[in-house]
Design a protein around this ligand. Structure first.
Ligand SMILES: [Zn+2]
Length: 344
């Protein structure tokens, strides 16, 4: 993943000429988030001291777990670094708490304020949270403050802990999460309805793309190619390639229209930040893809400079348009609202 990125990007750009249509159109669903974080991202630092985007080894959304080879829905991104590397606050905030999760290990949670309220999932949000998991050590001053029930201010770039592999982790890395509105998952909210953080207060799963905290590259670095066109009797496959330094894929839209009059016959949207097309009510549900409609089948991340995800277009979904001449368009949108589409 460290070599040949420029060459590969150039090759990718050539490969998509004539079939993909880059577009400046902005995705509707995540406009509020992207706009809010546009005002914030310029003042952030990378959360692993001395680290770069090259150290990203897993991104938000469907993935294959290295440990089990099973599908799951990753709620953050993984940044590899040697054990003991300082983890710092990406931006100013205050300590929300420290935890020792069975899966997440030693964790520092920071709370931050949006400059202005943000509309998300029908609610006006004023706060967001950054989670730092699998730490080998929590910064002693923060651990002492948490034990005393205090929530001290934390400055941008201030050390909050060190990289490790506590909890359920195969290797040393920082699992970095961005949650908006509430620090609690929808599953937790539903189990604690009376709490001020309960489902009645929020009612959504708050994990969104951590790369919203990072200035985006000048181009989105995503491309599409059709491997197999779907038919009513055989699944189709569209490959989505993403730069491993900027894994920003957020939304996939599939639209099938009748060629004769352009009428929309079938449509399906998958949106990672908004959790559209996914059942996020429980971890188990989110970790089980709905294969009856277009779905993302991740491939394990390798050592190349791009990551590929397969968009599966199930034959059963296509049986609804059997015998009709149709035009299919797949459009992908990154976390910053930049898109590319392909049609056939
Ligand atoms: Zn992770």
């Amino acid at each position: 993943m460290r070599f040949g990125r420029t060459l590969l990007s150039a090759a990718m750009a050539l490969a998509i000429v004539g079939v993909a249509v880059p577009s400046a159109r902005v995705g509707a669903a995540t406009d509020g988030l992207a706009a809010a974080f546009t005002a914030i991202r310029g003042g952030t630092v990378w959360p692993v001291q001395g680290g770069t985007r090259d150290a990203i080894t897993s991104t938000l959304g469907p993935r294959i777990r290295a440990a089990t080879d099973a599908y799951d829905w990753h709620r953050g991104i993984d940044l590899h670094a040697p054990e003991g590397t300082p983890v710092v606050a990406a931006l100013a905030g205050e300590l929300f708490g420290v935890r020792d999760y069975a899966d997440g290990g030693l964790t520092v949670i920071l709370r931050h304020a949006f400059p202005e309220p943000v509309l998300f999932q029908g609610r006006s949000l004023t706060l967001f949270y950054t989670f730092h998991m699998h730490l080998s050590e929590i910064e002693p001053a923060l651990a002492a403050a948490a034990a005393a029930g205090e929530t001290p201010a934390v400055a941008r770039g201030e050390r909050i802990g060190r990289v490790g592999h506590t909890g359920n982790a195969l290797s040393d890395h920082l699992h970095w999460e961005l949650r908006v509105g509430t620090p609690y998952s929808l599953e937790w909210q539903l189990a604690n309805p009376g709490s001020r953080y309960g489902a009645d207060a929020f009612g959504f799963d708050p994990h969104v793309h951590p790369m919203l905290l990072v200035p985006p590259p000048s181009s989105h670095g995503m491309s599409l190619s059709v491997t197999t066109k779907p038919t009513p009797t055989a699944d189709g496959l569209v490959r989505i390639a993403t730069s491993d330094d900027d894994p920003l894929l957020d939304r996939v839209e599939v639209r099938v229209v009748r060629r004769s009059d352009g009428r929309l016959l079938q449509g399906h949207t998958l949106d990672l930040d908004e959790r559209i097309g996914y059942d996020a009510r429980t971890t188990a549900a989110l970790d089980t893809p709905d294969t009856s409609r277009p779905w993302l089948s991740p491939v394990p991340f390798g050592s190349t400079s791009t990551w590929t995800t397969a968009l599966v277009l199930p034959a059963s979904w296509w049986s609804g348009v059997a015998g009709v001449r149709v035009r299919t368009t797949v459009r992908i949108v990154d976390a910053w609202g930049r898109s590319t589409s392909i049609s056939w």
